[in-house]
Design a protein around this ligand. Structure first.
Ligand code: GRF
Length: 208
């Protein structure tokens, strides 16, 4: 039995992706355990989701640090204390700087609610509606220093209807996020993701 990968999950809000990851671990779909959940918002609902599960939680708020660098140093120190091997951004609403990223090279994942490189940044679903695309979706990618610009791991498309609002589209995309993110994390934990330049090569791509 291969030992399970230790995840550190960073959140800022409601944590439905965190929930999907917790469920997938419980169901044996991901060979991982969550070492720590870190929130940059003390009242994030995501923190409630791990209550009673014996998972460490930490609140690390930007306002408590003079500089972004010190804030990120605190994040990295906490991840290290919990022996985190893969950092999972799950609705973490901050752009990470180079110090953080170089502490976990190729070991930080994010999920974005659009088909990158279209519609990076905030309000991706609203951007998609306003542009008038007929398909949008979600993307799991490795994190680099840019805004949603790192190597793409998995994507899934979702249709956009003329009657959609940003909210209805977001709900349709979110359902897919909850399947795609655990799948990408599972591939990572099985050692099936390799970087070749910008391309993420998936070993045995057609095997689930
Ligand atoms: C999701 O739409 C995700 O794609 C984006 O932030 C949102 C987080 O939602 N990065 P939740 O906190 O996981 O429910």
């Amino acid at each position: 039995m291969v030992s399970s990968t230790v995840l550190g999950v960073l959140v800022s809000g409601r944590g439905s992706n965190l929930q999907a990851i917790l469920d997938a671990i419980r169901e044996g779909k991901i060979n991982a355990k969550i070492g720590v959940v870190i929130s940059d918002k003390k009242d994030a609902f995501a923190l409630q989701r791990v209550k009673g599960l014996g998972i460490a939680t930490e609140v690390i708020e930007r306002k408590d640090f003079a500089t972004k660098r010190q804030f990120e140093e605190a994040l990295v120190n906490t991840l290290c204390e919990h022996n985190v091997e893969l950092v999972v951004l799950a609705g973490f609403m901050r752009l990470l700087g180079s110090d953080f990223i170089s502490a976990y090279p190729g070991k930080i994942m994010n999920i974005h609610p659009a088909l990158l490189p279209s519609f990076p940044g905030l309000n991706a679903q609203k951007q998609a509606i306003e542009y008038g695309v007929k398909m949008s979706g979600c993307t799991v990618h490795f994190v680099d220093e840019g805004m949603d610009s790192g190597p793409i791991i998995l994507q899934q498309a979702v249709p956009v209807a003329s009657s959609d609002t940003a909210e209805t589209l977001a709900a349709r995309i979110l359902e897919v996020e909850h399947v795609l993110y655990p799948r990408a994390i599972s591939l990572y934990c099985k050692g099936r993701l390799t970087l070749n330049g910008r391309q993420v090569v998936i070993t045995d791509e057609n095997v689930k």
